[in-house]
Ligand binder design. Structure first.
Ligand code: FPP
Length: 250
């Protein structure tokens, strides 16, 4: 036991038992900037770089899916300057993705209600969807949650399901968890085994509420812009020490 705990502290990852899907609440960008006397937007810029770094590392490690919380349904309450800065950053990274996804074999998918997102960004997301459709299903996939809320995702799925019932394509007496999962933004993707929240906060903040049923939660005080490969190793090593019972007795 002590040996296992030491391995977790040292961040020693067992590559034969990696989580297939890691999800991250990219929190702490604002505090990172404020502590340096910089505007909050500088924190988001550094946060976007951390995303690039960690996505590359996940792909190289052999993790299949990385889902990140980039902008929540509640984040519109922030100043116009901050919202615009985040949208601009997303545009910059999507433009880069359009050029590099095919070369690097990276699939991209968006979770969230894209309708209020600036048209230019929607068009770029459409382009990345088209590139993703041509890539191999087994390639590494990053899922970006944009105007995303876990409750909103469930409500939108219920709406689509109800429409299918009205159209006679579904029968309410036949609904089950697997069928309903197919209506979620995450359709076809396994639930995250590991959810990471940097910056010391210990809440889910409306993230992946349906999918997190049996996810292992890992929190660290490190702010997202400072989250590096060694931090991810520590999170995975800690996950690998967990006793996952899924409600059963071992
Ligand atoms: C939370 O930190 C962070 C956000 C709401 C924005 C995250 C967006 C990015 C990292 C930029 C674009 C993303 C990609 C995928 C390219 P916070 O601002 O709430 O931090 P605080 O709690 O310290 O104020």
């Amino acid at each position: 036991m002590a040996k296992q705990l030491n391995a977790a502290l040292a961040g020693q990852v067992d590559k034969s038992r990696l989580p297939r899907h890691v999800a991250i609440i990219m929190d702490g960008n604002g505090r990172w900037a404020t502590r340096r006397g910089l505007p909050r937007t500088a924190g988001h810029k550094a946060g976007a770089e951390a995303f690039r770094r960690i996505a590359t590392y996940c792909k190289n490690l052999g993790i299949s899916y990385l889902t990140v919380y980039a902008f929540s349904t509640e984040n519109w309450k922030r100043s116009e300057t901050e919202v615009n800065a985040i949208m601009l950053l997303l545009k910059k990274y999507l433009l880069e993705a359009v050029d590099s996804m095919e070369r690097d074999n990276i699939r991209l998918r968006f979770f969230g209600d894209m309708t209020p997102i600036p048209a230019e960004l929607q068009a770029l997301a459409h382009q990345t969807d088209e590139i993703t459709a041509h890539l191999d299903q087994g390639d590494f996939q990053a899922n970006i949650c944009l105007n995303y809320g876990g409750r909103d995702e469930i409500v939108r799925a219920v709406r689509r399901y109800a429409e299918d019932c009205v159209a006679g394509k579904q029968n309410p007496s036949k609904i089950n968890e697997t069928l309903f999962s197919g209506y979620m933004d995450s359709a076809g993707i396994p639930d995250p085994e590991l959810i990471i929240r940097p910056s010391g906060e210990l809440r889910l903040s409306n993230f992946l509420l349906w999918q997190c049923a049996y996810s292992e939660f890992y929190a660290t005080d490190t702010l997202w812009p400072d989250f590096d490969e060694a931090e991810l190793d520590r999170a995975i090593a800690a996950y690998q020490q967990r006793d996952r019972r899924f409600g059963a007795v071992k």
